[in-house]
Design a protein around this ligand. Structure first.
Ligand code: HEM
Length: 413
């Protein structure tokens, strides 16, 4: 049976800066040359929506390939490299399940909805501080929001968000696996890890103080019962801080970028929370931000080819929402489009994003309140782009706008 190596495949320069400026025409051109497979510098890239959905049925024979990427960067054995290799996302089988099960109850749809009030409170406080300025870098503003929510869910004190923001910003570029970032990545990891250790020591010393147990209480209980090793506990905390930082922030910034050219839908977001949900979902499809590699552990057959153990595959979850073979008018941003087929910005299978309900809820709630307080936003300067690999997004988004006072809230949690 043939392998992917026997194919003459189009090349995608995913790791080059130019690619991040507009990744979608490159994917479309690759699909024109081969309907579902391309190559990049380090892997075979699945470029078709249905091919990715089919491939994920074999995820039990693969591992998330960040461990290999760390070794390729020469970061194996370093603190950051080992953090990545030991992280929940990179584990397989029973270990993966045990780590995921430890945190999963805090991330159900019900829990996400329970936190909607908290999300509104956090974004309102931020808007009270930032909206009167009349102009700011929207990405910088947005960078304070999801991490503040994540801190509250974990049970970290509110000042944590400000204290860790710069380090989380650095950890966010780790997914690009650009070796030039290594010194900064090590430093940032040690800061966040040191903070997680301090947080745990303080909680152990003082016990829980709030009304209900939080995620940290739950994780400490599991650790005390032997369900998590001490290093696994620390790794999970650092991973959650990092995963809760730039993903939602980048999507929120994409939304503002899209809305700057669409004043009518933006104005509607201020009035209609259900429409905010549609804008959020359409942005996930139109400008998904996350992708992930896989390394094949056991060979399997796929679409008439043998996929060998050791092969590296790349799943551009966020980019296949523009696959023109699966989505009608794929290049049109239309919040009213039917929800089928569903985009898959959070992946599928055993590693599907644990934070998806939190992410959806906080982006929807954030957008609704932002649209009320930041009226008639306009571009106030150029912006850059983040690397496509890892968590794609804008780098900076200067805006000016007409500030408006807070409205009384009309919808419940
Ligand atoms: C818009 C926001 C977000 C997007 C687009 C996103 C996307 C993704 C994707 C695509 C994956 C799966 C990657 C794979 O196939 O290997 C993933 C995994 C994960 N995400 Fe998210 N994510 C977001 C927000 C969050 C948040 C807020 C958290 C909060 C803690 C989070 C926690 C995780 C975790 C723990 C995993 C690993 C799951 C596992 O391997 O079992 N994510 N995310």
């Amino acid at each position: 049976m043939q392998t992917f190596a026997d194919l003459d495949l189009p090349y995608l320069a995913l790791d080059e800066r130019e690619f991040a400026l507009d990744p979608f025409p490159h994917f479309a051109a690759a699909r024109a040359a081969h309907p579902w497979l391309a190559r990049c510098a380090f892997a075979y890239v699945l470029t078709d929506y249905h091919a990715i959905r089919e491939l994920i049925a074999h995820d039990d024979k693969m591992a998330v390939g960040f461990g290999g990427a760390v070794d390729l960067m020469g970061a194996g054995g370093t603190p950051w490299g080992e953090f990545v290799k030991q992280s929940v996302q990179v584990q397989t089988g029973e270990t993966h399940k045990r780590l995921r099960d430890a945190v999963a109850p805090a991330f159900t749809p019900r829990e996400a909805n329970r936190h909607r009030g908290l999300m509104r409170e956090v974004v309102t406080r931020l808007l009270d501080e930032w909206a009167p300025k009349g102009a700011f870098d929207f990405e910088l503003f947005a960078s304070h929001f999801p991490i503040s929510v994540m801190c509250r869910i974990i049970g970290a004190p509110p000042e944590t968000a400000g204290r860790l923001r710069a380090s989380l910003e650095v950890l966010g570029v780790g997914g690009s696996f650009d070796a030039s970032y290594l010194p900064k990545l090590q430093e940032a990891f040690l800061t966040v890890d040191g903070f997680a250790r301090e947080l745990v020591a303080e909680r152990r010393a003082s016990g829980h103080v709030g009304e209900e147990p939080d995620l940290l209480d739950r994780l400490l209980e599991i650790t005390a019962e032997g369900g998590l090793a001490e290093d696994e506990l620390m790794n999970l905390l650092v991973f959650l801080f990092a995963a809760g930082y730039d993903t939602s922030k980048n999507v929120l910034t994409h939304i503002m970028d899209l809305m700057l050219d669409r004043p009518e839908p933006y104005a509607r977001c201020a009035e209609d929370p259900a429409f905010c949900r549609k804008v959020t979902e359409e942005t996930f499809r139109y400008r998904g931000v996350a992708s992930a590699p896989r390394v094949v552990l056991e060979p399997f057959d796929f679409r008439g080819y043998r996929v060998e153990a050791g092969a590296m595959l790349f799943l551009p979850w966020g980019a296949i929402g523009r696959d023109e073979h699966s989505f009608e008018r794929a290049e049109e941003f239309d919040p009213e489009r039917p929800p089928k087929p569903p985009a898959v910005p959070f992946g599928l299978g055993p590693h599907m994003c644990l934070g998806q309900f939190i992410a959806r809820a906080q982006i929807e709630e954030g957008l609704h309140l932002i649209a009320q307080r930041i009226r008639n936003p306009r571009r106030a300067g150029p912006h850059g782009w983040r690397e496509f690999l890892g968590v794609w997004g804008l780098r900076g988004l200067p805006i000016e706008f007409d500030p408006a006072p807070a409205k009384a809230q009309t919808h419940g949690a």
